[in-house]
Design a protein around this ligand. Structure first.
Ligand code: AMP
Length: 307
């Protein structure tokens, strides 16, 4: 069952209270692809890179069943660059630099071989580009999930609202949900956002887990309490990749299966934060993932005897 992922492939510079890297592979589509490829193949990537993006990274993606026909390589430009610095709580960060570079003229094209994909993950990217990919699909995918961020809300809110009308699931963090809805209460925010288009809304709360809203239902999944969080970059995208990977693998888009998908996404995100960039995601095996998912089951499993 194929899954299309749209997003950035980037270089990142990251500073956390535990260390600093000046140039590491990143980008929303990289994290989504690494996470999702544990569950579904092929993952069909749509993105853009410059002449500086390492061939070894492309080869590694291919080796994992990630198709790159939809990745444009621009010979005379640099890849997207993002730099961020985390605060001491690791839940909040400042974006220091966003250099769009190749993204400035990006016109994503859905290759013919990607047509017919049942699952479409619109990773964090300009909303107009997310919309253009939806419009290029000859048959509407069974499930369209969108991630976005405050950066696009600040500069492209009208376009973002157009995409919301076309999607099934929106993934945002708590701050973004508040910004999008103009509400402080997340429950009120969810109610408003669900009126903007998506049938499902996931609000990620970093180390405090994630909430899934659908009609009048709410489900909460905690984040695994980790002794050490090294670098949260990409945790949101990794969550999205695990969530989407599980849904595409099982081909079941019911609310109850989305609850499982949220646990899978949370488990994948918990690996991502253990090392800088996507390094940890490259190391883990199916056995590691299964073990981590059972830790989640233990974490939230309890009996209540009401008298
Ligand atoms: P996350 O920590 O899940 O928000 O994802 C961080 C990743 O998103 C980094 O690897 C960045 O390269 C990428 N990124 C940062 N800003 C943007 C943006 N405005 N659009 C698309 N991707 C971005």
């Amino acid at each position: 069952m194929s899954l299309i992922t749209l997003g950035t492939m980037a270089f990142d510079a990251i500073e956390t209270p535990f260390g600093k890297v000046d140039k590491i592979i990143g980008g929303s589509a990289i994290y989504v692809a690494y996470a999702a490829s544990n569950f579904v193949k092929p993952v069909q990537q749509i993105s853009i890179v410059g002449n500086d993006f390492p061939q070894e990274e492309m080869d590694e993606l291919t080796r994992r069943g990630i198709e790159l026909e939809g990745v444009e390589i621009v010979p005379d430009k640099k890849s997207f660059f993002w730099s961020g610095k985390y605060h001491i709580d690791m839940n909040t960060r400042d974006t220091l630099v966003t250099d769009l570079n190749v993204l400035e003229d990006f016109k994503p094209v859905v290759p013919d071989s990607y047509q017919g994909a049942e699952f479409l993950m619109l990773g964090n990217l300009m909303p107009s580009l997310q919309l253009s990919v939806i419009r290029q699909m000859k048959v509407r995918p069974k499930l369209i999930v969108m991630d976005t961020m405050n950066f696009w809300m600040d500069i492209a809110m009208d376009d973002l609202k157009l995409v919301l009308k076309e999607i099934d699931v929106l993934l945002v963090n708590d701050g973004e949900a508040r910004q999008l809805s103009d509400e402080v209460s997340l429950v009120k925010a969810a109610r408003k956002i669900l009126l903007m288009g998506p049938k499902f809304l996931i609000i990620k709360k970093g180390e405090h887990g994630a909430l899934l809203f659908h009609e009048n239902h709410v489900f909460f999944a905690p984040a695994l309490p980790l002794e050490e969080v090294f670098d949260p970059t990409g945790a949101g995208d990794t969550f999205a990749g695990g969530f989407m990977g599980h849904l595409a693998k099982t081909r079941d888009i019911s609310f109850s299966n989305m609850k499982t998908a949220i646990i899978v996404g949370s488990a994948m995100a918990s690996f991502c934060v253990e090392k800088f960039g996507p390094e940890r995601l490259k190391e883990i095996t199916k056995a590691d993932i299964d073990e981590r998912i059972s830790e989640f089951v233990q974490l939230v499993n309890f009996d209540i005897d009401l008298v």
